[in-house]
Design a protein around this ligand. Structure first.
Ligand SMILES: Cc1ncc(COP(=O)(O)O)c(C=O)c1O
Length: 458
């Protein structure tokens, strides 16, 4: 760790003693002291007291402009009035029935009006949605194998716990990645059916289909890779995947847990002009409440109708959560909101680019819809292997320096990205950029020294 980074971490520790104490207590009962592995980082995570609109406050009373927004789940921002009102009203009429109540149809109508699907089922998390989407695809095709993209994340279930963050020494040939299981305890028999392809590489995808004729049940991917920072598909890549999957009779599944609500009105199919066979939605469609969905054509979903495919869950379509999602679609994710977000996105990306150029940082900024990132690379990254080469210490320096100056620039982790909220203002973006401009000279200096010294993070 170099001195400027060390200084930022010491500053962090001085500013957040109550979080340190809270974490020290939590680790005694809760593994890592957090509710999801991603939330832990060294020396300890900040503990949040409250959130309002585009900001959060930690236990020590520090205020942060929040561009983490629960890993992109809050394009609505915290406590959006329309969402709060809908939930509060609903809370007084019962929170769980285990019987239908009508909001299923209302929300399904909202989704089918925007996205290229005819039927939808709801789940409580994105991981469940991708798990069931995959099951439906397997049942529909009568095939077993899944192709996933190296570096894509689809939740914690076994079939997709493959080559999420594979160490390069195990990952094999970039053109033909070796599937690497990403957790202990994952069933080998399940992951044996998961094949792995590199992003932005149609030849590699075609080769997998040639090698496994009639065996591939689905190709599932994030249309923009947002679990390795921010990797856009090359022009024509998604259309090429569409053609290959169609030719081989395998459903193409866009995992739109991240892109679905946030990219634009109808998500990736509108943005890229490519229609998948199935989609999954989650995060920002709930306005801060736990809901996700998977949908497809009537024909593909028919296995559930015929009761040949099992999908169930006690908490599915919890009415308060459904009310939140309906309010989110009707009052938050509006056409005006997407125009506002587009304006903020242009401003933040251009602002980052200007600071990068002024300070000579070897980096670029990129965004689409509500998401984007500072990417500390010499040129555009196109896949997992490109992403892997980032300088971890430099990234830590950026993140802690921003945080120490009141900007939670994105979730912790160089695999994440910022989210803009409808409740963020242009003044919030100006403040974010002013802080980046303050941080940039030290970042540039550290980067130059590290490049000159040939520093490598791996
Ligand atoms: C693309 C994608 N799919 C699925 C998931 C899993 O969603 P959840 O955390 O709600 O289970 C995530 C979570 O970050 C995601 O980014």
């Amino acid at each position: 760790m170099y001195p400027a980074l060390q200084h930022e971490i010491e500053t962090y520790e001085k500013r957040t003693p109550k979080s340190r104490d809270a974490h020290g207590r939590a680790v005694k009962r809760v593994p890592l002291g957090v509710g999801s592995n991603y939330r832990f980082y060294s020396p300890y995570p900040i503990f949040i007291e409250r959130g309002q609109a585009g900001s959060v406050r930690d236990l020590d009373g520090n205020e942060y402009l929040d561009f983490n927004l629960c890993y992109g789940s809050l394009m609505a921002g915290h406590c959006h009035p329309a969402v709060m009102k809908a939930v509060e009203e609903r809370l007084h009429t019962g929170t769980l029935f285990g019987m239908p109540h009508g909001l299923e149809l209302e929300l399904a109508e909202e989704i089918c009006a925007r996205f290229p699907v005819e039927m939808v089922r709801f789940t409580n998390s994105g991981g469940e949605a991708t798990m069931y989407a995959l099951r439906v695809a397997r049942a529909f095709t009568g095939r077993e194998k899944l192709v996933k993209i190296e570096g894509c994340y689809h939740g914690g279930h076994d079939a997709v716990s493959v080559s999420v963050k594979a160490p390069l020494e195990l990952a094999g040939d970039p053109e033909n990645p070796t599937p690497v299981t990403s957790s202990l305890g994952v069933l080998k028999g399940t992951t044996a059916s998961t094949l792995v392809a590199p992003f932005n590489n149609l030849d590699a995808m075609e080769r997998l289909f040639q090698k496994h004729p009639g065996e591939i049940a689905a190709v599932m991917l994030e249309p923009i890779m947002m679990n390795v920072a921010f990797v856009m598909p090359d022009d024509g890549y998604l259309a090429g995947l569409r053609a290959i999957t169609k030719k081989h009779g395998a459903p193409l599944i866009f995992d739109e847990i991240k892109t679905g609500g946030k990219l634009c009105w109808s998500g990736a199919s509108e943005y890229f002009g490519v229609q998948p066979d199935m989609i999954t939605l989650g995060k920002s469609i709930g306005g801060g409440f736990p809901i996700a969905a998977f949908g497809a054509s009537r024909e593909v979903m028919d296995g559930i109708v015929q009761q040949k495919i099992y999908h169930a869950g006690t908490y599915n379509t919890n009415p308060a959560v459904m009310a939140a999602a309906i309010a989110t679609f009707r009052h938050v994710l509006t056409r005006d909101a997407y125009r506002h977000i587009e304006k903020l996105s242009r401003k933040i990306v251009d602002g980052y680019e200007a600071v990068i150029r002024k300070n000579g940082i070897v980096a670029y900024a990129q965004g689409a819809g509500a998401n984007g990132a500072l990417l500390l690379y010499p040129q555009r990254i196109r896949n997992y292997r490109d992403w892997y080469a980032v300088d971890h210490d430099l990234w830590h320096h950026y993140w802690f320096a921003m945080l120490n100056r009141g900007v939670l620039a994105q979730p912790f982790g160089w695999d994440e990205q910022w989210t803009l909220s409808v409740q963020h203002t242009e003044a919030d973006i100006d403040r974010h950029l002013a802080v980046f401009a303050e941080v940039a000279p030290a970042l540039a200096k550290a980067q130059q020294e590290r490049l000159a010294a040939g520093a490598h993070s791996h």
